[in-house]
Ligand binder design. Structure first.
Ligand code: PLP
Length: 417
């Protein structure tokens, strides 16, 4: 990530044009940008200057807490009040707080289904231990596969402080089903641990997935939500919902670190929830946008990537990313990253998402995360460059004679293979 940021910074100063398919920003959907701009303007016109002139409450603005509680009571039938909620400057921060509060070196953070969000690496802060459970790989067909929770590995976990999972996940865009969630909850009960479910891409906003996560309200479970992927990453606003004891501990952490989240951002969120206009935004603009992007990405992969190379994409339940596995002995995510960068395109190497893994499998170093936040033609351009990188890497790898392509035409894609 640092390398991408540094290179793009240099490029901005006139040294080249890069296509960034490695980024986690939400797509710039015009209706979404307009919605947030006008809501922000309304809030500023009302009373922002006055509010910004004084400190606020660490748990969050009273009006926002009440709106969140009302929203979740109405839409998920959750019987919650302000005592179940804490607001923070983004869900990354709230995940970090949970890591500090509920795990330690004897009670590690467990990522039950790798790969998962690289930002969880920060949860190792202090003396925290972090362990990721490698998934089982299920091949679905020649061009698709799915990672499955390794249930027997999860059943062997005997020490844990905090289980963390994103659902839908960053990076593979899969949704944890009810069975997986119940198993994680069982493991947490057995080890007396907390579970943090990170809905940064999920319900109720931005609701990017087609599948729905089973949203249970259990005393052990902290649910983390964010406005970032619904179009406001710079506003730094997230909130967690859970049982009052855990939420009180999180509130104290907010208080002792950042005091509170931005009062302006909280007022914008309050306005979006009060008239529920955020739901229409999600239903009419955000969800359809990513559904179209996911379908297009699958088609673009088939059109642009070489038919003669054994690549597969992870089955998509919806999400902001395409997860591509180049399942060849010569494949290497860092090499493909380097070659893409040389040709002006960034992809994110997959190995960094296998955090805290105890085993090393070749397939952990053969994947790329490709962002769906760019226009269709930009994605196609990036995949065409990636196809060149794959061919170049394959052709430079030492291979036995029987394994060499017979002709270059076998290599151009399904339509001309
Ligand atoms: N959780 C996941 C799974 C993410 O992918 C991200 C950002 O990319 C975050 C949390 C951080 O979100 P926020 O902007 O709310 O801190």
């Amino acid at each position: 990530m640092e390398d991408i940021a540094q290179t793009l910074h240099t490029a901005d100063q006139g040294n080249g044009n890069f296509v960034n398919l490695g980024i986690g920003n939400p797509a710039p959907i015009p209706e979404v940008t307009t919605y947030w701009r006008s809501l922000t303007q309304e809030v500023i016109d009302e009373n922002a200057t006055c509010k910004m002139g004084s400190y606020g409450a660490s748990r969050g603005e009273e009006a926002l807490l009440l709106e969140i509680a009302r929203f979740f009571r109405t839409h998920l039938d959750w019987d919650i009040g302000p005592e179940n909620i804490v607001v923070g400057p983004g869900s990354q921060f709230l995940c970090f707080a949970a890591g500090v509060l509920f795990a330690d070196c004897d009670h590690p953070i467990i990522l039950p289904r790798l790969p998962d969000y690289t930002g969880y690496d920060a949860l190792r802060a202090g003396r925290n231990a972090l362990r990721g459970i490698e998934p089982q790989v299920e091949i679905l067909d020649q061009r698709s596969f799915r990672y499955r929770l390794d249930e027997s590995a999860l059943a062997k976990i005997d020490r844990a402080g905090l289980f963390v999972a994103s659902t839908p996940s960053n990076p593979v865009s899969d949704v944890l089903d009810q069975r997986a969630l119940l198993l994680i909850l069982d493991a947490a009960k057995r080890t007396n641990a907390t579970v943090l479910l990170d809905h940064a891409y999920g319900l109720p906003f931005p609701a990017i997935a087609h599948g729905t996560t089973w949203m249970t309200l259990d005393p052990r479970v902290l649910h983390c939500f964010s406005l970032s992927k619904a179009g406001l990453p710079g506003a730094r606003l997230g909130f967690a919902i859970g049982d009052p004891d855990r939420i009180d501990a999180m509130t104290a952490f907010v208080s002792n670190t950042v005091l509170h989240a931005s009062r302006l951002s909280q007022d914008i969120a309050t306005a979006a929830l009060r008239d529920q206009s955020i739901l229409a935004l999600v239903r009419n603009n955000i969800s359809p946008h990513y559904r179209r992007a996911a379908v297009h990405a699958q088609r673009a992969a088939r059109d642009c990537l070489p038919a003669s190379i054994n690549w597969k994409t992870h089955a998509q339940d919806g999400g902001m990313f395409l997860w591509l596995w180049c399942d060849e002995p010569w494949s290497d995510d860092l090499e493909l990253y380097r070659m893409g960068k040389e040709r002006g395109v960034f992809f994110t190497p997959g190995r960094y998402f296998f955090l805290g893994s105890e085993q090393e499998h070749a397939w952990m170093k053969q994947c790329l995360r490709i962002s769906l936040n760019q226009p269709a033609e930009t994605l196609e351009h990036g995949l065409t460059i990636l196809a060149d990188c794959m061919r170049a890497l394959r052709d430079s790898a030492p291979r036995p004679a029987w394994d060499r392509p017979l002709s270059r035409t076998a290599d151009r894609g399904v339509h001309d293979a």
